[in-house]
Design a binder for this molecule. Structure first.
Ligand SMILES: *[C@@H]1O[C@H](CO)[C@@H](O)[C@H](O)[C@H]1NC(C)=O
Ligand SMILES: *[C@@H]1O[C@H](CO)[C@@H](O)[C@H](O)[C@H]1NC(C)=O
Ligand SMILES: *[C@@H]1O[C@H](CO)[C@@H](O)[C@H](O)[C@H]1NC(C)=O
Ligand SMILES: *[C@@H]1O[C@H](CO)[C@@H](O)[C@H](O)[C@H]1NC(C)=O
Ligand SMILES: *[C@@H]1O[C@H](CO)[C@@H](O)[C@H](O)[C@H]1NC(C)=O
Ligand SMILES: *[C@@H]1O[C@H](CO)[C@@H](O)[C@H](O)[C@H]1NC(C)=O
Ligand SMILES: *[C@@H]1O[C@H](CO)[C@@H](O)[C@H](O)[C@H]1NC(C)=O
Ligand SMILES: *[C@@H]1O[C@H](CO)[C@@H](O)[C@H](O)[C@H]1NC(C)=O
Length: 905
């Protein structure tokens, strides 16, 4: 049976102690490519089942006491063995024999105390040996002599009292020897002799209580390029002594941080005259007096670190001789003790004049009284000047303040945290090369007329964030069209709605920060023309009103045309409405933050143009539903989503699509299980959204379909019933027509001459006068026209039914003269109408002409005669005009109706 299976069975059987033991050994090392990580596994044995071809084995943070060579036989391909943080107290030489390719052996934080000549005898390929934090107090004989390829040897934090690691020349390839935090008190020539053939890039002796440098100690070393003696209590005289010993060595980097060098004089570094020293670190020394010409011996120096000291006074010769220094750090270098004027640090005019190669100068966090007119004179290569929190009283920047920088090709000037309250016209006019100007975190409160920036012809970035107040005008930035980044966070911006916009001249702008200003009034011109804008920060303002439908003049679309915008931050603006089109132009948007607003319903399609969106933040809004038609486009390529703390409505309609998406997406969504909770319905309150069961939602789909089908059937039924009720006559009428035609009742269209009468005229007895008056004149006019008039053409008014039938048949058309009388005429009702309609059905719909002498509603017509206007062609329905002058027209249309061929169309 398989071991892990057994383990799990035992767990199920309740054998918990056994199970715990099982899992600890089943806690397998992570193997990835040829690297095995077995750290933090409480191992007491070397794992014997790792792939044999691993090259890196990490055994750190375990409980190993030994590294028995036999147990490594399997791993002969190892090049890196890290066994740090164990309890190893003994090392066997055969280990390296089993690991011939080993290059890095790390045994830091162990309990090794003895190293014998044999320990590393087979470790010839070793390049790094880490033995820091062991218990090695003394090195006897030559344990390292076979390490011909060793580059780095770390013996720091042991108890060594001497630098002596061997009695004969060795370690010829060593580059770094780390001996810090030991108990070395004296550097003796003979104790460094073993390095006679080495070229050390770094000799690390920091945190040793060195009291003495015996003559020639550094000359014992083949070549020494770097020396660190940090935190050794050297003081001025031992430092001077050290420098003498370093004379004529190859030393390039010397680190003397924290060595209590509280003053320097013109002799301190004299010994370094015969060197090519390029880097000198004198930080954290409590240095308070730099004697004139102290650095005169260091013409090759390029980097000088003087931060965290206590300098009181920099005279015009303090830095004499530093002709090649490119980087000078004076951060917190000067005395900070008191604010009283007498004790403020003093920098004499022309103090920097010698530093003709200086490019970087950092003077942050000091207490200088101000800038004098020749303070920076002579810095003809200065490019980066940091003066953050440097001055106690620099309230007003005038056109004189920076005059001493007129000849410096300054690119960056940092003036943050200086309590500056006013910038006068032309203050920066000396700095024509300047690209970056940081005026953030000051007290500036003024109207920006634009003259402040005069002369900044190459400026790219201006930081003005965190000041008292800034009032803008249309010309505030008119003189700096090269500006690309403008930071105006929390400056109580005033007058942002001026027209044209203060930003109108800044066509190159890519980053604009207007956050935390409580801005409520802007117009849609504000960002007009900023075609290249990529980042826009508008968080923590008061823009909600601008997007309301109810806003007078409609919503203000201040984002229009920003086609290159990548990042948009609108957090905390009180938005509760978003116009549907507001993001339409933002085709390249990658990140949008709408968090901490009051949004509930977003318009569908709002994100339709945001196909490249990577990050969407809507946390802490009032969103209840996440639906596809709103969020589908935005979620498509998203990498980060934040919708925490919304009151989700856990119903199928509101979040089923969201939950389905959550289950399939690779998007990064933090705190999904803890901060995406249902608010409604009550039974789901506080329930994690991702656990919402969507299977009932899927099941409801067929029901929905059924419901839809049923409803549509019902609706069609109702429609049909209503249709039949109101229009059924039409159907049955046309049906009759159709049936008769189909059954062949259709007679050939007879020619007019085949009929005896042009028309048979049906009218009520009471209407006979009208008929006579109107039809006989027509007959007189046209001799071929003959109507069948009952009064005239039937004998003595006798109405034989057969005669009527015959007459109707012999007439080409039948004319009904419709009046209230006709509707009441019983014969008409029963018989004549039926005959006429029958004929019409058999022959032709054109054959009936209705003449209305008065207004008769359709329903009455239908009720009395079973006729409807809708049965006949419109040209067969005529109305007798009231006005005399229309009577001609009536006769004309009657003639047209009579002349129209009896035909089915
Ligand atoms: C080394 O291997 C032997 C035999 O496989 C085993 O008994 C021993 O515990 C192992 N020692 C270590 C420290 O892994
Ligand atoms: C290392 O060994 C494992 C199996 O033990 C094998 O899958 C892998 O391909 C080997 N890698 C190389 C580079 O041979
Ligand atoms: C071994 O693991 C520790 C802790 O996980 C890590 O700090 C160390 O860098 C690793 N060693 C190597 C050689 O990767
Ligand atoms: C050092 O490694 C090379 C391969 O890089 C190998 O050929 C040589 O035998 C190794 N040296 C020793 C002393 O094992
Ligand atoms: C060092 O300064 C002292 C005065 O402080 C002066 O007498 C001496 O000549 C100077 N030495 C050198 C080498 O400049
Ligand atoms: C300093 O550098 C120069 C030229 O690079 C070289 O000739 C000289 O020997 C160096 N001096 C020392 C003490 O190494
Ligand atoms: C500096 O400003 C003053 C007035 O404030 C003016 O008189 C003077 O001409 C200006 N100097 C320069 C160099 O612009
Ligand atoms: C200016 O200095 C402050 C303080 O060191 C720093 O936070 C800020 O980033 C600097 N400004 C620029 C533009 O580098």
């Amino acid at each position: 049976m398989n071991w892990s299976l057994l383990c799990h069975i035992s767990c199920f059987l309740g054998l918990l102690p056994f199970w715990i033991q099982c899992t600890s050994s089943a806690n397998r090392c992570a193997v990835w490519h040829e690297v095995a990580d077995c750290s933090h596994l409480k191992l007491t044995q070397i794992p014997d089942d790792l792939p044999a071809n691993i090259t890196v084995l990490n055994l750190t943070h375990n409980q190993l006491r030994k590294l028995p060579p036999a147990n490594f036989t399997r791993y002969s391909q190892l090049t890196i063995l890290d066994a740090g943080f164990n309890s190893i107290s003994k090392l066997e030489s055969e280990l390296c024999q089993k690991l011939p390719l080993l290059e890095i052996l790390n045994l830091q934080h162990n309990e090794l105390s003895q190293l014998s000549d044999k320990t590393f005898i087979f470790c010839r390929n070793l390049t790094e040996l880490h033995l820091r934090y062991n218990l090695i107090h003394k090195i006897q004989n030559n344990p390292f002599k076979d390490l011909k390829n060793l580059i780095k040897l770390d013996l720091s934090h042991n108890g060594l009292s001497s630098t002596k690691l061997g009695t004969q020349l060795q370690l010829e390839n060593l580059q770094e020897l780390l001996l810090s935090s030991n108990k070395i008190h004296v550097l003796k020539r003979e104790e460094l002799d073993f390095l006679g053939n080495s070229s050390l890039k770094k000799l690390e002796l920091s945190s040793n209580q060195i009291k003495e440098f015996s003559p020639g100690c550094f000359h014992a070393i083949g070549k020494l390029f770097g020396l660190s003696l940090n935190n050794a209590q050297l003081g001025p005289s031992l430092t001077e002594n050290l420098c003498q010993e370093l004379s004529n060595t190859s030393i390039q980097t010397l680190s003397l941080s924290g060595t209590q060098l509280y003053r320097t004089s013109n002799t301190t570094f004299a010994g370094l005259k015969q060197t090519n020293l390029t880097v000198l670190d004198l930080s954290y020394n409590g240095l308070n007096a730099i004697g004139n010409d102290s650095f005169a011996w260091l013409p090759h120096l390029e980097y000088l670190f003087l931060e965290y000291n206590n300098i009181v006074h920099l005279s015009s010769r303090s830095f004499y001789g530093l002709f090649n220094v490119r980087y000078l750090n004076l951060r917190r270098s000067f005395t900070k003790q008191s604010n009283s004027l007498a004790l403020l640090p003093k920098i004499d005019d022309f103090a920097f004049q010698w530093l003709t190669c200086l490019e970087h100068l950092n003077m942050d966090d000091n207490n200088f009284p101000g800038i004098k007119s020749n303070m920076f004179t002579g810095l003809t290569q200065l490019r980066y000047l940091s003066l953050s929190n440097s001055f106690t009283s620099l309230q007003t920047l005038t056109n004189k303040t920076f005059v001493s920088l007129a000849h410096s090709p300054l690119l960056m000037l940092n003036l943050t945290k200086n309590k500056i309250s006013k910038i006068e016209m032309g203050a920066f006019s000396w700095l024509g090369h300047l690209k970056v100007l940081d005026l953030g975190i000051n007290d500036i409160g003024q109207e920006l007329t634009g003259q402040e920036w005069r002369g900044l012809e190459n400026i790219v970035e201006i930081y003005l964030s965190y000041n008292k107040y800034l009032q803008l005008t249309s010309s505030s930035f008119a003189l700096v069209p090269s500006l690309q980044q403008l930071m105006l966070r929390r400056v109580a911006l005033k007058n942002l709605d001026s027209s044209p916009s203060p930003f109108r001249p800044l066509a190159n702008m890519t980053i604009l920060d207007l956050s935390n200003n409580n801005i409520a009034n802007i117009n849609d011109e504000l960002l007009e023309g900023l075609d290249r804008l990529e980042i826009l920060d508008l968080q923590h303002n008061n823009l909600a009103r601008l997007w309301k439908q109810a806003n007078p003049g409609g919503p203000v679309n201040f984002l229009k045309g920003l086609s290159h915008l990548h990042i948009l931050n609108l957090e905390s603006n009180g938005f509760d409405e978003i116009p549907a089109e507001v993001f339409k132009d933002l085709l390249q948007l990658k990140s949008i933050n709408l968090g901490l607003n009051n949004l509930n319903i977003l318009p569908p399609s709002i994100f339709d143009n945001q196909a490249s969106l990577k990050s969407l933040n809507l946390q802490k809004n009032l969103i209840t539903s996440v639906e596809k038609d709103v969020f589908g486009p935005a979620f498509r390529n998203l990498s980060n989503l934040d919708m925490r703390f919304n009151p989700f409505d856990c119903t199928c309609e509101s979040i089923a699509w969201f939950v389905t998406w959550l289950n399939a997406t690779h998007t990064n969504i933090s705190e999904l299980s803890s901060h995406y909770l249902c608010n409604t319905p009550p039974q789901y309150h506080g329930f994690p959204v991702m656990l919402f069961d969507i299977s009932p939602c899927k099941d409801s789909a067929p029901f929905k379909l059924l419901f839809m089908i049923n409803t549509s059937i019902l609706l069609s039924f109702i429609f049909i019933v209503l249709f039949i009720h109101f229009e059924g006559w039409r159907i049955s009428f046309y049906w009759n027509v159709l049936v008769h035609r189909a059954l062949g009742f259709k007679e050939m269209d007879r020619q007019p001459e085949q009929f005896d009468y042009a028309a048979y005229i049906i009218h009520a007895y009471e209407d006979r006068d009208w008929v006579w008056e109107n039809f006989s004149p027509m007959e007189e006019q046209d001799q071929t026209l003959r109507f069948c008039l009952e009064e005239r053409d039937f004998q003595a008014g006798v109405l034989e039914l057969e005669a009527i039938v015959n007459s109707i048949k012999r007439s080409r058309k039948t004319i009904f003269v419709v009046t209230q009388h006709l509707l009441k005429d019983p014969l008409c009702k029963r018989f004549k109408v039926h005959q006429a309609v029958q004929k019409a059905i058999e022959q032709n719909l054109d054959s009936i002409i209705l003449i209305f002498l008065e207004e008769i509603p359709d329903y009455k017509l239908n009720h009395a005669l079973c006729l409807r206007r809708g049965m006949f062609k419109s040209h067969c329905i005529l109305n007798w005009p009231v006005q005399k002058e229309r009577k001609n027209a009536f006769h004309h249309t009657l003639q047209v109706a009579l002349g129209s061929r009896n035909s089915v169309h």
